[in-house]
Design a protein around this ligand. Structure first.
Ligand code: ADP
Length: 448
């Protein structure tokens, strides 16, 4: 086992990893930019190293700075968290060259899944059902028109290098396709440095269902059920729950086994998420994330496992602490993402926290790096906390979420908390009857 791990991240996820390290008796090293000198992850870690100026390109994304920080502190492994360098195959390669262990999958698997066209081809070959669409990339408008006519409108044009909900354009008909195709390509080039796009059938009212998988890197893998992440704004998740209100035990077993087998077959190591759109009882693969997800705590809650601990174990060459038959679902869990944003514009709202009080009690988990007097810097993601509740069933989880939101105090900046309080009044949310388009429509109606 490692003696010391460096966490190449900030905010709540850095804290999450430090906590796992501490429980395992492993020393932790925080890295930070000059804007994060007073951040909670710096205070909580055993050691810290300043790795650069505020801009993440020159700090949290600086591979030489991170490697130097490992060398200075003697950290033997890096946990990347999510975002930043968590899905960067070049970084994994570079760490290997420096004899530093990356806590995550092999570079090869990150590379395959990082290119969405290759990911789809790979998954299809492994027996995973995919959204109907183009075979590989689409290079010009005429080809796009041919493919769209074949699969039928509406279609969605997606960047092969896409991520974070960006680089997607919907076309309702042939006229719209031309504009959508050109815009998607130029946006993809600007955002990801790669203009390649592909086409998929645009599903009308699917749910976003993702399967948590975990591999030991030696050909064994398990699944930990699904999360429903359909409540989205601009293709970005806002609230997640597990198990999915629309998924039956039989559907879970079927798709879970397909996913576990697929990752076992490629010798995948560590945590991964296979994302699907789910409509009329069918699953359609959209992408795989080769890292820990923001919403992993809802899975941890219902299965009673610590996913970060398992990631660290597998990276150290130890076996997972469970097999498929040990994994049983207990109750229901919901997570809400608390962002420092002004509703309804969702514009970022950095600033000083004048008062902070975290909710507590049975079945409540608050993952946040906030503290009273902390100043949220304007340079990074606006996620400031995740409130996760766990109940014996969905109704208890909903009641607990409502109760916990009432206890939470975050003063000094605007947050998305009022949005969640309003959502908990909605019959569709209470019954679990929502698709990926529900929230956008609700926002349009309520804040028009
Ligand atoms: P990203 O990597 O940017 O998150 P994804 O491929 O995971 O992109 O898609 C993000 C979201 O976009 C999905 O959860 C869904 O809401 C929407 N989406 C993607 N593909 C389709 C599709 N074929 N039909 C309808 N919605 C889609």
């Amino acid at each position: 086992m490692f003696d010391k791990i460096l966490i190449a991240n900030r905010g709540e996820i850095a804290l999450r990893v430090i906590r796992a390290c501490r429980e395992m008796g492993i020393a932790s090293v925080a890295v930070h930019s000059t804007a994060d000198t007073d951040a909670m992850h710096v205070r909580m870690a055993d050691e810290s190293v300043c790795i650069g100026p505020p801009s993440s390109t020159n700090s949290y994304l600086s591979m030489p700075a991170l490697i130097s920080a490992c060398e200075i502190t003697g950290a033997q492994a890096i946990h990347p968290g999510y975002g930043f360098l968590s899905e960067n195959a070049g970084f994994v390669q570079m760490l290997e060259d420096h004899d530093i262990t990356f806590i995550g999958p092999r570079a090869e698997h990150i590379r395959i899944m990082g290119d969405k066209i290759t990911a789809k081809d790979t998954m299809k070959a492994l027996g995973v059902p995919c959204v109907p669409g183009s075979e590989g990339g689409v290079n010009d408008v005429d080809e796009a028109k041919r493919v769209a006519a074949e699969i039928g409108y509406p279609v969605i044009i997606k960047a092969t290098a896409g991520g974070g909900g960006r680089g997607m354009k919907v076309a309702e008909n042939e006229t719209g396709l031309e504009v959508a195709f050109r815009t998607a390509r130029s946006e993809a080039k600007a955002a990801f440095g790669n203009p390649d796009v592909y086409i998929e059938k645009y599903l009308q009212r699917p749910r976003h269902i993702e399967i948590q998988v975990f591999g030991d890197g030696k050909g064994r893998a398990v699944h930990l059920g699904e999360r429903d992440c359909s409540l989205q704004r601009r293709h970005q998740k806002v609230l997640e729950e597990a198990p999915g209100p629309s998924i039956t035990a039989e559907q879970r077993e079927r798709i879970g086994a397909v996913c576990a087998n697929a990752v076992a077959k490629i010798g995948y190591a560590g945590a991964g998420t296979i994302e699907f759109l789910f409509e009329d009882g069918e699953f359609y693969f959209i992408e795989m994330n080769t890292r820990l997800q923001v919403e992993h705590p809802v899975t941890e809650a219902i299965f009673g496992v610590d996913l970060v601990r398992q990631q660290i174990r597998v990276a150290a060459g130890l076996p997972m602490e469970f097999q498929q038959e040990d994994l049983a679902i207990n109750g229901h869990s919901i997570e809400v993402r608390i962002n420092a944003e002004k509703v309804p514009s969702f514009s970022p709202c950095p600033g000083k926290i004048t008062q902070y009080h975290a909710p507590g009690g049975l079945g409540v988990r608050m993952d946040s790096a906030l503290y009273q007097g902390y100043s949220i810097p304007p340079y990074y993601d606006s996620l400031i906390g995740k409130l996760i509740v766990h109940g014996r069933d969905r109704n208890e989880a909903l009641a607990r979420l409502s109760r916990a939101l009432g206890e939470l105090i975050v003063d000094g900046v605007d947050t998305t908390v009022p949005l969640f309080s309003a959502l908990l009044e909605e019959p569709d949310i209470l019954s679990g009857d929502y698709s990926i388009h529900w929230l956008e429509r609700w926002l349009a109606k309520h804040y028009a």
